[in-house]
Design a protein around this ligand. Structure first.
Ligand SMILES: Nc1ncnc2c1ncn2[C@@H]1O[C@H](COP(=O)(O)OP(=O)(O)OP(=O)(O)O)[C@@H](O)[C@H]1O
Ligand SMILES: [Mg+2]
Length: 1003
């Protein structure tokens, strides 16, 4: 074999290597690194990366690399990921591979079947994902998990080359990893050709956004200086080059490393540097021209295949005898124009620049003929393409380039179908739009493809939707509708309308979505029930729900469930049951809703519809929470989170469920557990509403514990994540956190403004859950402001009485479907009494606060309960009832301290100090005031805690219920109960309750 023309030594690039090696060292310590290496074609990006990869391997890194390929013959979406996975599969022992792949195996196996050998090859027919098929976002999360597991073993360098040729899914992957990698030992290094990015290149805005991140290092490779050219040339030629030669080569190559090599090759082949050809392409081609005609023909044949071509395919298309074939091949390899690629069975151009030059230099007729020959060969025997190449995309490309439109058309549609299963909806859309462009030129298009044009348009609309090109998808759906025959298939039209309506719903155009679905429904035959009915009805229920029309949602969802059942449409039955159950659950807070939700969950689980199942978990845990069944809500949320983890939805629906879980824990008083969970979820970097859900919960926790600055930061972050979303569950919860913080920091006027805004903007039936807490804070702000004015002997602020009346009437109008809403109503009443501050208020202050305390005891929520006890103590002091005051202040203080509600605990201590109430001795304060009233339980010697429990026993509460009401464990409750039975001298809790009733201690 001839001497290589590649420099055996690595020239220059000291600083670049140094700064990239720093990233490696940091990554080894757990801080992920990102680098982008840019530069013109042939300047030396790959060589730099290779050099770095060598160092990384020496440091003990795993190195996985892959490159994007031009979206032509080999247009394989996610190609660099597939390359990297292939290396992983081939360098990892089977058992270990299964471990690192973990839950990602199935999804990644769709990209590279050898990862998931057990799976049946997906026989994917439609160009739409299955109802709940894996989506790109899930794939990304699965890859993230894989990188985490891999890097837990050894640090990892992941190289993704040539992003200028990337498909949309690859770009999404890189962006996602840059945004989401935290605490993993990974360096992600991407390269791109800076001279390929024209103004409208889709990579441009992404690069700009990465450049704004300090964590991303951007290395711009420049051309070599004369000294470096001399070093490179010397290393290649094996001797110091003459000064004249260096000048000449520098002049002709401009310092581009690749051209230096090619020029060195020319010189060594005996060419005279003085007669070097004038243009770049000519420089590259001059070495090709030196080959025999047979070898040149072979090179041209290879160039048409793309950057690399399997030997069998090349032989087939070349169509020459074996001896001639191998002779030509050997010549091309010896002159370093072709190289054997890493599989050992394919040939690649040493450099894409030369391939392009050869390809461009061909005559159009020869080029077209060769494309057609590739098309024929691959149609005859797809195995020629090698193991996992994307034959459908290759065929589409070759037939189109051969201008054989009748064959390009079905090939494009097949390529689109393949792209859909390979997580590449944007590529699918591109293929379908190409098919649409060809369609009118192919007279028998429908016969060849087996579909009509409107169907292709619809498929394109669906692909565009999946790819996130919403506007495009809407106009494609409109075009599909326009293309459907006016008479005839109403069902088909209805189903396209359904897709259009879903797109509208997803973009917040609910009213249009509802109208579109009503139009679809009207098209369907009234005298029968088909799958189409089930589809349209279930969509309509979902759109009505999003449009906040609860009554209509309820009746439509019920109808949709019936229709789906009748038509045997399981997916739709599951969806509609969940919609129905949610509305019922939220509106009536009863068990009927839960039953529907659970039925939906079972159906969805049976058919493996993960999104739908997760939707069920979200709503089940939420409705249980609303019903005050916190423990069960925790359970449901946990189950859902486990599912989300398995299917790559941890950062989306999983984050949502974590929000639900943490909310239940918060209401249960398990704040540190809640805090840990949400912090972990926030660190996993969810986005949009999913980020907002966990951030707002953490903000609420922070306010309640008195960490106002943390709360403020989370509220802001949540609002940023939400963008334009005005959904009440976020908007009102964030306002609540803000207002609570304002009150905690002694700014009731600010709290008043914040709550007034929220109360004015929101009011539907669904909002009541979020409006109630806000209404409480509004009333509390009035009370705090009025109390302060009275303390300072100032005027009560203007309009206070009118505002109180308004708040009272708002509270009177609002429904109280849940236990906690009844608690809030009682709080509002008590706060408004406090605000009015009359000497002899009606209802009496102590009574109002005790009522609120009872309501919150029933709801078993520590935060409002501790607060209420605090105010009850205050009111009791004012009314001269020191015994009541003492008990309330102790309860407030103990509960607030236990859950971590520092501001309330502190306020309770302050009140106790001011009023000389004792926080730990039940008897001290009573003796300071009136004599004790007759205590019927006195002679039994019960402790204060036991007295509380007797009251609950008298109310027929079980041990778990007692535990929940008093924030103690069921075990502790049962110990107390046994002690009480012994002290009362009875054998059962029923008897104990009877004693309590007889003595009149029933709370
Ligand atoms: N620092 C270097 N020392 C020695 N040779 C180099 C150096 N940089 C590049 N080369 C040589 O120049 C040729 C082109 O370099 P390389 O393939 O890295 O370019 P590239 O920037 O990756 O180009 P493309 O954009 O086409 O992928 C290679 O054969 C490589 O060996
Ligand atoms: Mg390169």
């Amino acid at each position: 074999m001839s001497e290589p023309i590649q420099s055996p030594v690595f020239v220059g690039r000291r600083e670049e290597i140094e700064s990239l090696a720093t990233l490696l060292r940091r990554a080894a310590d757990g801080e992920p690194g990102f680098a982008i290496v840019a530069g013109e074609a042939g300047v030396g990006k790959t060589r730099l990366v290779t050099e770095l990869a060598g160092q990384a391997a020496d440091f003990g890194f795993t190195v996985l690399a892959g490159h994007c390929v031009e979206l032509g013959a080999e247009g394989l979406p996610l190609a660099p990921l597939i390359d990297a996975l292939r290396t992983l599969a081939r360098t990892t022992a089977r058992a270990e591979l299964a471990d690192v792949l973990g839950p990602a195996r199935r999804g990644l196996g769709r990209l590279l079947p050898e990862l998931d050998p057990g799976a049946e090859l997906a026989q994917h027919q439609g160009a739409e994902p299955a109802a709940d098929g894996l989506q790109v976002s899930q794939l990304l999360e699965l890859v993230l998990g894989l990188l985490g597991r891999l890097s837990a073993r050894r640090p990892l360098l992941l190289v993704l080359e040539d992003l200028h040729w990337s498909d949309q899914s690859t770009r999404e992957l890189v962006s996602f990893l840059i945004r989401s990698m935290r605490g993993v030992r990974v360096v992600l290094l991407a390269t791109y050709r800076s001279d390929e990015l024209n103004r409208r290149h889709p990579l441009r805005p992404l690069i700009a956004s990465w450049d704004r991140l300090r964590s991303v290092q951007h290395v711009e490779l420049r051309r070599f200086e004369p000294g470096e050219v001399a070093a490179q040339l010397g290393a290649i030629l094996g001797a110091d080059p003459a000064a004249g030669l260096v000048d000449l080569v520098f002049d002709r190559s401009g310092g581009n490393a690749y051209l230096v090599e090619e020029l060195a090759g020319l010189v060594r082949g005996g060419g005279d540097p003085a007669d070097l050809p004038p243009s770049l392409a000519d420089v590259l081609l001059s070495r090709v021209d030196a080959l025999s005609p047979g070898a040149q023909r072979l090179l041209r044949t290879a160039a048409v295949a793309g950057r690399s071509v399997p030997d069998k395919l090349l032989a087939e298309v070349a169509g020459v005898g074996e001896a001639e074939f191998y002779a030509g091949l050997r010549e091309a390899v010896e002159s370093h124009l072709l190289v054997v690629d890493h599989t050992g069975r394919s040939y690649a151009f040493r450099h894409a620049l030369t391939r392009d030059a050869v390809y461009e230099d061909m005559l159009p007729g020869e080029r077209g003929g060769l494309h057609a020959a590739y098309g024929e060969a691959l149609t005859r025997d797809p195995d020629l393409a090698g193991d996992d190449a994307a034959v459908p995309a290759a065929l589409a490309h070759h037939w189109y380039a051969a201008l054989d439109l009748p064959r390009a058309l079905p090939a494009s549609i097949a390529a689109a179908r393949h792209a859909v299963t390979s997580f590449a909806p944007a590529e699918a859309q591109r293929h379908l739009e190409r098919a649409l462009e060809i369609w009118p030129r192919v007279p028998d298009a429908a016969e060849r493809t087996g579909v009509d044009q409107a169907e292709v348009v619809r498929l394109a609309g669906e692909a565009a939707y999946q790819a996130g090109a919403i506007d495009r998808s809407l106009s494609l759906f409109d075009q599909a509708l326009a293309g459907l025959p006016a008479e005839g298939d109403a069902v088909r039209r209805a189903l396209v309308l359904d897709r259009r309506a879903r797109t509208l719903r997803d973009t917040g155009r609910e009213a249009e979505s509802v109208a579109t679905l009503e139009e679809a429904l009207a098209l369907l035959p009234a005298d029968q029930v088909t799958r189409a009915h089930a589809v349209v009805l279930s969509s309509l229920a979902a759109s009505l729900w999003r449009a906040n029309d609860m009554d209509a949602t309820m009746s439509l969802a019920a109808r949709a469930v019936r229709a789906a059942r009748e038509a045997g449409a399981v997916q739709q039955e599951a969806e509609s049951s969940i919609t129905l159950g949610s509305v019922r659950g939220y509106l009536n807070a009863d068990d009927a809703g839960l039953e529907n939700l659970r039925a939906g969950l079972t159906l969805a689980t049976d058919i493996g519809a993960h999104f739908t199942a997760l939707r069920a978990y979200v709503n089940i845990s939420d409705v249980l929470e609303l019903l005050g069944r916190h423990e069960e809500a925790v359970e449901a949320a946990r189950e859902g989170i486990a599912l989300a983890d398995r299917v790559g939805l941890a950062r989306s629906l999983g984050a949502f469920l974590t929000g639900n879980l943490a909310e239940s824990l918060l209401r249960l008083g398990r704040w540190s557990e809640a805090e840990q969970l949400v912090t972990r979820a926030v660190n996993a970097m969810p986005e949009g509403v999913f980020a907002a859900t966990v951030l707002q919960l953490r903000a609420e926790l922070a306010v309640m514990t008195g960490r106002y600055r943390d709360a403020d930061a989370d509220v802001r972050a949540a609002r940023r994540a939400l963008g334009q979303t005005r959904d009440e569950q976020y908007a009102l919860t964030l306002l609540y956190a803000d207002a609570l913080a304002a009150l905690g920091q002694g700014d009731p006027a600010a709290a008043r403004r914040l709550t007034a805004g929220g109360l004015a903007d929101y009011g539907g039936a669904m909002s009541s859950r979020y409006v109630w807490p806000l209404l409480w804070l509004a009333a509390r702000a009035e009370a705090d402001e009025a109390t302060r004015a009275r303390d300072r002997r100032e005027e009560i602020p203007d309009g206070a009485a009118a505002r109180r009346r308004e708040l009272a009437s708002r509270a009177a109008e609002m429904a109280t479907p849940s236990i906690s809403s009844r608690g809030y109503r009682a709080l509002v009443t008590a706060e408004l009494a406090r605000a009015a501050g009359e000497a002899d208020p009606e209802p009496p202050m102590v009574g109002a606060w005790s009522a609120a305390a009872r309501a919150w005891q029933a709801a078993a929520e520590p935060y409002p309960l501790a607060y209420t006890w605090l105010r009850l103590a205050e009111a009791a002091v004012a009314a001269g009832d020191r015994q009541e005051a003492g008990r309330a202040i102790r309860q407030a203080h103990a509960l607030a301290s236990r859950v971590g509600a520092t501001p309330i605990a502190e306020e309770a201590s302050a009140l106790a100090r001011r009023t000389r109430l004792s926080l730990d001795q039940p008897d001290a304060d009573a003796s300071a005031a009136r004599p004790k009233p007759e205590d019927p339980l006195a002679r039994y010697g019960l402790t204060e805690r036991e007295r509380e429990i007797v009251v609950l026993l008298a109310g027929g509460r079980s041990n778990p219920q007692i535990a929940e009401a008093l924030f103690i464990s069921p075990k502790t409750a049962s110990v107390h109960v046994s002690n009480i039975l012994a002290k009362l001298g009875v054998d059962s809790r029923v008897e104990a309750a009877a004693v309590a009733h007889r003595l009149g201690v029933t709370g």
